[in-house]
Design a protein around this ligand. Structure first.
Ligand code: NAP
Length: 237
């Protein structure tokens, strides 16, 4: 898709992957809209922020209405990026934490996607990008809730692409490995390393997928750091 002048909505562009993606897509001429709780530190004539908590249908609806009213242009791309992870063994996780993850990571995608799809179907062009995780491809201990939510993102994405492809709408699910963002701030024992991916790496993956010619789509993209623990030390001669 040619991004120049197209409206791209990113959920959670206030930090990490969402922020890096917003900056990159602005550089490529898109009009970028962030639906998040915090105003992103971006100052650009083609950038808009509408406060939104994706856990709540009414909040998403309000952000959508403000976007339509202000921009008066169809949304061409939705990047469902907002997400949180809460660690913990299943039997020590509170229902509140469990539901917060499900509401943010899964229900938020439903609330946002259902509003933008009719316009995309009418235009016969659109692209939904969902950010899952490696945790949406394989289970990890003490991440049951997060894994369950990210597996759900995969299921939703794979079903949705079959539903909308013949309207010219693409659905791509991205599965990043460890990326150096604020995501791990509340994770016990997690420290950022130079071997993690950078949020800009995922942003460039998103851009690559958006720029694919209209006749094909990338359905699933798994992205991992090349050497998550660093290079194997060279043998002494
Ligand atoms: N970092 C990694 O290693 C990694 C790996 C795989 C997948 N991911 C996924 O990548 C996505 C982005 O995470 P990140 O790594 O960039 O982490 P991050 O720096 O913590 O960013 C998370 C973003 O989500 C937004 N957000 C959280 N709850 C929200 C809510 N209720 N409503 C609206 N926005 C909300 C935050 O904005 P506000 O707080 O301003 O609302 C923030 O902009 C997430 O879906 C995460 O699961 C991350």
């Amino acid at each position: 898709m040619e991004l120049e002048g197209k409206v791209v909505v990113i959920t959670g562009a206030s930090s990490g992957i969402g922020l890096a993606t917003a900056r990159l897509l602005l550089e490529h001429g898109a009009t970028v809209v962030s639906w998040s709780r915090t105003r992103p530190k971006i100052s650009h004539p083609d950038f808009y922020f509408f406060e939104c908590d994706v856990r709540h249908d009414h909040s998403v609806w309000a952000a959508y209405e403000q976007t339509e009213e202000r921009l008066r242009q169809n949304i061409s791309v939705l990047i469902n990026n907002a997400g949180i992870g809460i660690q913990g063994a299943l039997d020590s996780m509170s229902p509140k934490d469990w539901l917060t993850m499900m509401d943010t990571n899964v229900n938020g995608i439903f609330y946002c996607t259902r509003l933008v799809l009719p316009g995309m179907k009418r235009m016969r062009e659109g692209h939904i990008i969902n950010i899952s995780s490696i945790a949406g491809l394989m289970g990890s201990e003490n991440l049951t809730g997060y894994c369950a939510s990210k597996f759900a993102v995969r299921g939703l994405s794979e079903a949705l692409y079959k539903e909308v492809r013949n309207y010219g709408v693409k659905v791509t699910c991205i599965y990043p490995g460890s990326t150096d963002t604020h995501f791990f701030d509340n994770f016990e024992g997690a420290t950022s390393t130079e071997y993690m991916m950078k949020p800009e790496d995922i942003a460039s993956t998103i851009l690559h997928s958006l720029q694919a010619p209209l006749n094909y789509h990338q359905v699933n993209i798994e992205v991992r750091p090349l050497m998550p623990k660093g290079p194997i030390p060279a043998k002494k001669a």
